[in-house]
Design a binder for this molecule. Structure first.
Ligand code: UDP
Ligand code: MG
Length: 352
């Protein structure tokens, strides 16, 4: 561990008034939202309540990931009453991981916290994250010790996935973590400089290294609304994680090829034994031939599919499209009041 950086405040953060010219620490909180109208106000009040207890300043960056309900209207309302709120509105749904990335790209804090909009991650834990950050850690991630209100299938599949993932990849990703975490500015900068499109943020953060520490927490059930992750989305997310962090599936394809060839060689030997040594009953009619063909055909298609997964990803990367499209940014002028008033003056004078 390289210890706390010199720019990081140690101990209680200075809350000296701005007139002294001393800059107060800024914490950014990134909240991806998709159709969260039922819970957003409650989340915001809860978050602000906790953040007011933190030393330094804070901003909350909400990312509206193509909601079709009144999420945007609620966010506008929150922003109008609180200048610490910023809103990024996507042109359509780009997905949770992309929303997190956009939030981090727009965050200007000395550290950033990623938290879901549904209060499954308790905001109080942010205080523990901050304490660890002040101790000098660069990444503080939440580890779910208990998970309420999630189906046995979801809990079981998550458990299997995280264990499977750590076997499949060289990246040591801690088990039972989500994206609820605090990242130091240096980690945020490193993360957003990674250009890949398949963004499996928790894996990317593990890959980055730095000094990381876990904070255990109890994952509550959703405060309101329903999960936005269908089974299909969950499977895609899991596959994204594996295919963007491991080429082991390609090796598995090779091994399967060798295994199938081994079976074929065994078959050839059986035929030769029967033919030359008259060992009876080894070759049983047409069914063995057809089963063999189907087996090889199946193996070949699976291997093609695996190769296809990687080729598809290369295709996606090669198009070099932007990761997301922003339709509107709200509240970012508030960061720079001088620029904001200059812009307002320009708008008023009809220059824009
Ligand atoms: N989310 C998003 N885009 C999506 C799906 C989800 O921004 O396409 C947000 C959602 O609003 C929530 C977070 O991601 O803040 C986690 O989603 P959810 O709670 O539905 O997932 P779960 O906790 O059930 O895995
Ligand atoms: Mg949730």
């Amino acid at each position: 561990m390289d210890g706390p950086s010199f720019e990081r405040p140690r101990g209680p953060i200075s809350v000296a008034p701005a007139v002294t010219g001393e800059r107060r620490t800024l914490l950014s909180v990134v909240v991806p939202c998709m159709n969260e109208e039922e819970v957003l106000r409650q989340t915001h009040d809860h978050l602000v309540g906790v953040l007011l207890k933190c030393p330094g300043n804070f901003e909350i960056v909400y990312v509206d990931d193509g909601s079709s309900d009144s999420t945007l209207a609620v966010l506008r309302e929150l922003q109008a009453s609180d200048l610490r709120v910023r809103v990024i509105r996507f042109s359509r749904n780009f997905g949770h991981q992309v929303a997190i990335t956009a939030g981090l790209e727009h965050a200007s804090g000395d550290a950033a916290v990623i938290i879901d909009a549904d209060l499954q991650d308790p905001p109080e834990i942010i205080l523990e994250f901050l304490a660890k950050w002040l101790d000098g850690y660069d990444v503080v991630y939440g580890v779910r010790t208990e998970r309420d209100g999630e189906s046995a299938f979801k809990r079981g599949s998550a458990k299997v996935f995280y264990r499977f993932f750590s076997h499949m990849t060289d990246t040591q990703m801690p088990v039972d973590t989500g994206d609820f975490r605090l990242l130091d500015r240096r980690v945020v900068d490193a993360l957003i400089s990674m250009p890949e499109r398949d963004r499996f943020v928790r894996g990317m953060v593990s890959w980055l290294g730095f000094s990381q520490i876990a904070v255990p927490y109890h994952r509550a059930s959703r405060a309101a609304g329903t999960t936005k992750f269908s089974l299909f989305k969950m499977i895609r997310f899991a596959l994204d994680g594996i295919f963007s962090f491991s080429i082991l599936p390609l090796r598995l394809a090779t091994w399967t090829g060798f295994a199938a060839s081994g079976v074929a060689i065994a078959g050839i030997i059986a035929v030769l034994l029967e033919r030359f040594f008259q060992v009876p009953g080894l070759v049983k009619g047409w069914s063995s031939a057809v089963i063999g063909e189907l087996f090889i055909g199946g193996v070949q298609l699976v291997c093609l599919g695996i190769i296809g997964e990687y080729v598809g990803r290369i295709y996606g990367e090669s198009k070099r499209r932007p990761l997301y499209v922003v339709r509107e940014r709200i509240g970012f002028e508030a960061r720079n009041p001088v620029a904001a008033s200059a812009r307002q003056a320009m708008v008023a004078s009809g220059k824009r």
